[in-house]
Ligand binder design. Structure first.
Ligand code: XIL
Length: 311
């Protein structure tokens, strides 16, 4: 039977998953990952706390393992991520303000150079916005102001001119204050000639709550001249999940896939993890789980069938 990746490719998009280093030793998981998906996002292995745990000391071993798995299975890689307020080592937040820009640029240059030619895209800045649409006052904003985003994009472009450069965030999937803020930012970056190629919509949804405005929202971003992608899809259910819940989840997944296919600039959909057993949801949202297309034994759920049908 067809796979998600073959169905997606026939429609001109990709279907991806997140993988962690730990996932690679689970042969049931990797058998599904390597056949069903054609894009990999490292779950944690390219984040700053892993790649530069102390100032100027780099560790690309875990990320390299993910890239090697992807290459061996004909999958591309979304690099995730270069600049983020979270999973950021304390040496960065402890720097004198005057040294933050240099540290950020060195980090971006070294990591993007290491992976040059091996990543299709980079999430250059991850989750820059608060839910009200203001920029997070993190260490980068506090040192450089809003210009840190343009600086990060320009630095990444200089290191790897062929990688597609993304801004990625959550709660921007439907229209609203946060989505409007991202839209205005991308519009202004484009107007200034800053290298920006895409916007990632994380899409960590709650069952039954895929925004009805998602397609129109992605379309307005595409109309700015950037690609869009669903980068971290999951759809969490309050446990225990009933069969009615799983049917609603199937509807939710199909809606997201159809929304992407309806937008000409939507390049692909990635789920965050392969199956319910390796999903981040139960540890991040107490009482919730069952958020992916595969059950705890890596058997396809109704959401898998609905996704394949929508593709
Ligand atoms: C999550 C990972 O899946 C977890 O293992 C980790 O403990 C926390 O981060 N938004 C993102 C991802 O951009 O990097 C996050 O990944 C999930 C939310």
């Amino acid at each position: 039977s067809p796979t998600l990746r073959s169905l997606a490719e026939a429609k001109g998009i990709y279907f991806g998953t997140a993988l962690t280093q730990g996932n690679l030793s689970n042969s049931t998981l990797t058998a599904v990952a390597g056949t069903q998906f054609d894009m990999v996002t490292p779950g944690n292995e390219m984040k700053w706390d892993t790649t530069e745990p102390s100032n100027g000391t780099y560790n690309f071993g875990p990320g390299d393992q993910i890239v090697a798995f992807a290459t061996a299975h004909g999958m591309r890689v979304r690099g995730h991520n270069l600049v983020w307020h979270s999973q950021l080592p304390s040496w960065v937040t402890s720097l004198p303000t005057s040294q933050v820009q240099g540290a950020m640029e060195a980090h971006i240059t070294t990591e993007a150079t290491h992976y040059k030619g091996q990543v299709y895209a980079w999430d250059v800045v991850n989750e820059p916005f608060n839910d009200d649409g203001s920029l997070r006052q993190d260490v980068f904003y506090n040192a450089m102001g809003s210009g840190y985003i343009a600086d990060a994009l320009r630095t990444a472009h200089a290191a790897d001119p062929n990688a597609k450069l993304y801004l990625n965030d959550y709660n921007i999937e439907g229209t609203g204050a946060k989505s409007n803020a991202m839209y205005s930012l991308v519009q202004s970056l484009k107007a200034q000639g800053v290298p920006i190629d895409g916007v990632g919509f994380e899409s960590h949804f709650i069952l039954g709550q895929v925004p009805s405005t998602m397609q129109a929202n992605m379309q307005r971003f595409a109309a700015l001249g950037v690609n869009v992608a669903v980068t971290e899809l999951d759809d969490r259910i309050q446990l225990p999940a009933s069969s009615a819940n799983l049917a609603q989840q199937a509807t939710d997944y199909a809606t997201v896939v159809k929304d992407c296919l309806a937008v000409s600039g939507c390049v692909g959909v990635s789920q965050w993890g392969v199956g319910d057993a390796d999903s981040w949801i139960p540890s991040a949202f107490s009482g919730y789980g069952a958020a992916t297309m595969y059950d705890n034994n890596y058997q396809p759920k109704p959401a898998y069938t609905a996704t394949a049908t929508a593709l």
